[in-house]
Write a protein that binds this ligand. Structure first.
Ligand SMILES: Nc1ncnc2c1ncn2[C@@H]1O[C@H](COP(=O)(O)OP(=O)(O)OP(=O)(O)O)[C@@H](O)[C@H]1O
Ligand SMILES: [Mg+2]
Length: 410
């Protein structure tokens, strides 16, 4: 039986990876910290075949510990779920002589400042970007680069749209930079985050994500997903629809841009999640790439829409087997996140009227809990999942149900 070493399973895609391993008849050993393992839900622990404890906030020590474990017990593949550990996944795979990404460029897959440099070097269509420690530095760098407002300010390292804001004028830069620097460490491991901020030109147009499984430097693209976000200063995701209804020429252009981005980042084995906007003037512009499976239950959304299990295809790639990415079957799936209308005490969710297309609903926040307003993905209290024969139908069903959904807050 094949043995996969998974660096941290406590992630949105973790349960999908563990189920996929089971379907492939492989065992999964999870590398994590003992204290973090203590917080694993029972349903996650039950799916794991073994653990190895180390300190994932100390990459050199973790590399030594995990290499020693792998050499002693025999490991056939290294995988990851968390963006911040993708450099460690790449370094460990190299050390064990297993398939993986280029460790020399892997840091650019977790750090948006380094990613911007790699994109510029690889001539990837991406927003022009400056990097700064303070608002004054940012303003000078923007002027030197000739980048006008609006701009997008974000932490060099973070996710879930935390600390990301759209800034319309120089007077708002200071608050935006401070907001981006509000999270010096990432839970649950306490991993220190680069406190620099990246400031980018604002790209207009609709937004999409494209997942790609890479095996022997060959690209296996999953269906394109349409991404819905809030407008205004904060861009939290409100939902996704798969497949995105785009013209074939746009799809081809998005795939070409994503392949360029993956090459620039040294992603040659595994999976990548590319976020891209289609600008009316410039065509596809790559916002970011994660060398990992998507979050937001997109593994489930893509599978329900297309029949393709990208977690399974990812594990096949790291096991050096040809990934199973068949042509998608007909169908569409949408997920919509529920957020409170304002901060307060969450009381419950009521859906009035017809529920056409609604196939799953999940609350992540118990009634009685304090909730915040929707600046980033931490405000979510749950989600709804819809399926229908076409993207147009599933978007219409989701819109109708959401119009009749009340998130009660007192
Ligand atoms: N340069 C840009 N122009 C226009 N919009 C942008 C730009 N950069 C980011 N955004 C918007 O902000 C959102 C979050 O930004 P980004 O993806 O860089 O941060 P993140 O924290 O990694 O997000 P997440 O983990 O939610 O995908 C994007 O999905 C997009 O809607
Ligand atoms: Mg993003």
């Amino acid at each position: 039986m094949k043995r996969i070493l998974l660096i941290e399973a406590l992630a949105n895609s973790g349960p999908y990876v563990l189920d996929a391993a089971r379907s492939l008849g492989a065992h999964v050993l999870v590398a994590t910290h003992e204290d973090v393992y203590g917080s694993y839900p029972a349903a996650l622990r039950e799916r794991i075949d073994g653990t190895v404890f180390t300190d994932l906030t100390d990459p050199d020590r973790a590399l030594a510990d995990l290499a020693a474990f792998a050499e002693a017990t025999g490991i056939d593949a290294v995988a990851g779920c968390w963006e911040f550990f993708t450099p460690l996944v790449a370094r460990l795979a190299r050390r064990l002589d297993l398939p993986g990404n280029d460790p020399g460029r892997a840091q650019a897959c977790r750090n948006k400042a380094e990613m911007a440099q790699a994109f510029a070097a690889g001539r990837v269509p991406a927003p022009r970007t400056v990097v700064a420690d303070t608002a004054e530095q940012a303003q000078r760098a923007l002027a030197r680069a000739g980048i006008g407002f609006p701009v997008v300010v974000k932490p060099a390292e973070q996710g879930g749209s935390w600390g990301v804001s759209v800034v319309g004028s120089p007077g708002q830069l200071d608050a935006a930079v401070r907001h981006a620097q509000s999270w010096p460490v990432a839970a649950p491991h306490g991993l220190p985050m680069d406190q620099r901020v990246v400031v980018q030109e604002y790209v207009g147009g609709p937004e999409f994500s494209l997942d790609t499984v890479v095996w022997r430097e060959e690209y296996f693209h999953l269906p394109l997903v349409e991404k819905h976000t809030t407008g205004g200063s904060y861009r939290a995701e409100t939902g996704h629809t798969c497949p995105a209804a785009v013209r074939p020429a746009d799809l081809a252009a998005v795939r070409a841009a994503a392949e360029r981005a993956l090459k620039a980042l040294g992603i040659r084995n595994g999976v990548a999640h590319t976020e891209v906007k289609i600008s009316p003037e410039a065509g596809p512009v790559v916002i970011e790439v994660g060398a990992r499976l998507p979050g937001d239950h997109l593994v489930d959304v893509v599978r329900r829409a297309s029949g393709i299990d990208e977690a399974r295809a990812y594990l096949q790639a790291v096991l050096d087997e040809k990934p199973d990415v068949p042509a998608p079957r007909e169908g569409a799936c949408a997920i919509r996140f529920l957020t409170p209308p304002r901060a307060g005490t969450f009381r419950g969710v009521t859906i009035l009227g017809r529920h056409d297309g609604l196939v799953d609903r999940h609350l992540t926040t118990p009634p009685g809990a304090a909730v915040g307003s929707a600046h980033d993905n931490s405000a979510r209290i749950g989600h709804l999942v819809f399926t229908a024969p076409t993207p147009g139908q599933v978007n219409a069903d989701a819109a109708r149900v959401l119009a009749h959904t009340r998130v009660e807050v007192s």
